[in-house]
Design a protein around this ligand. Structure first.
Ligand SMILES: Nc1ncnc2c1ncn2[C@@H]1O[C@H](COP(=O)(O)OP(=O)(O)O)[C@@H](O)[C@H]1O
Ligand SMILES: [Mg+2]
Length: 358
């Protein structure tokens, strides 16, 4: 078998593979490892494996044991913190020493449990969310039809009665009909056919940030960490703005709700290109990763499971439509949204394919 073919196979493995030499320096990382650890194998070539993770991990002991004993070892559900971006992953690790008389190499395989959990959860819950959206849309249609009639009749009534004593009542009917109409339009409005065009993601983000900065004033600091080399993506610009806006606005509202408890209210937006990434069942050569992070109060576990459904809200005044619409837009772009949250850090990650499938 040719070396090229061999390398091609290794690069298309879903398992993250890292090859270390006898000094535990990195010889090679496959594409899955690059995307799991958010680091480039070329850049880390010849450097210690410890560059991948923060120091507090159990891998050191495992590797040293394999160096001495020279027998394969497996460790289940090991938790590691990535040095690249501080995110925490749970992996099954298999370490195999390779030495056929020649110099010693150590192959380390990382099977990400998070990713597997997420993919299975995504498929099941995406179908349920879609069913909920269809239901809510059907209901919205039924509500919308008679609304015009109710409003018109109330206006006629006000004129017929010609008595200011009743204006208060007729105007309540009209205002409430308008409020319902607004809500219904928001539910139904998101279903127009997308207008595809080559779109610069950073223009989308800047547009959202300008809008948000007007609303938030000085109270929130917006940080940007963009990868300027990202190619444009094929997208519906307006819809993408809507999706990102909904997510950023939620973060902003959560931060504003903290008042003086959080004097350093910060939102952080970052973009990266990720190679060989699987969304649903489809593997993509290149994917845009957009992270929207806030240092607010975090999201309750229970709410997290349901917040992508329409009409699910954690706020008294919330419509619960924001994330449902964002999810729908991203799904139309063949992408996916992940969310991790703990007090002090909530992170939404959007993955959007760039160009052709792998
Ligand atoms: N960054 C965040 N921090 C805290 N809570 C959040 C965040 N994003 C979303 N949420 C929770 O998810 C709920 C659903 O959001 P959304 O679908 O936009 O509906 P709405 O904003 O109308 O409530 C919010 O009400 C809020 O409780
Ligand atoms: Mg919202």
């Amino acid at each position: 078998m040719s070396v090229d073919l061999f390398r091609w196979i290794v690069d298309h493995q879903a398992t993250a593979l890292v090859l270390l030499n006898g000094q535990l320096d990195i010889e090679y990382m496959n594409s899955s490892a690059e995307s799991l650890f958010a680091r480039s194998g070329n850049q880390l070539h010849g450097q210690s494996w410890q560059h991948l993770f923060t120091p507090d991990n159990g891998l050191k002991e495992l590797l040293e044991r394999v160096l001495v004993e020279r027998v394969p070892t497996t460790q289940r559900s090991e938790k590691l913190t990535l040095s690249a971006d501080g995110s925490r992953i749970t992996v099954d690790i298999t370490i195999t020493p390779l030495a056929d008389d020649g110099p010693l190499y150590i192959l380390v395989e990382f099977l990400s449990m998070d990713r597997i959990l997420k993919i299975s959860r995504e498929e099941a819950s995406l179908a349920k969310q879609e069913a909920a959206r269809v239901l809510v849309r059907g209901l919205a249609h039924e509500v919308k039809n008679p609304l015009g009639g109710i409003r018109g009749a109330a206006q006629l009534l006000a004129i017929e009665l010609g008595d200011q004593r009743y204006d208060e009542y007729t105007s309540i009917i009209i205002e409430e009909a308008d409020r319902l109409r607004n809500l219904v339009d928001r539910i139904l409005g998101s279903n127009r056919i997308p207008k595809w065009a080559s779109t610069n993601i950073h223009e989308v983000l800047e547009r959202v940030l300008r809008l948000m900065q007007v609303e938030a004033g000085e109270s929130i600091r917006f940080e940007r960490d963009y990868d300027p080399s990202l190619p444009e993506i094929d997208a519906d610009r307006e819809q993408l703005i809507q999706a990102v806006l909904n997510i950023v606005r939620n973060g902003m509202e959560a931060l504003q709700g903290q008042g003086d408890d959080n004097p350093q209210k910060t939102m952080h937006l970052s973009t990266r290109a990720i190679r060989q990434f699987t969304i649903g069942k489809q593997r993509h050569r290149l994917v845009l990763q957009l992270r929207i992070e806030d240092n607010g109060p975090g999201i309750d576990r229970e709410l997290m499971e349901n917040m992508f459904y329409p009409m699910v809200s954690g706020r008294a005044q919330g419509s619960g439509l924001g994330l449902s619409i964002a999810q729908q837009v991203v799904a139309q772009h063949a992408g996916v949204i992940d969310c991790e949250s703990e007090p002090g850090r909530t992170r939404f990650t959007l993955y959007l394919p760039i160009g052709a499938q792998a």
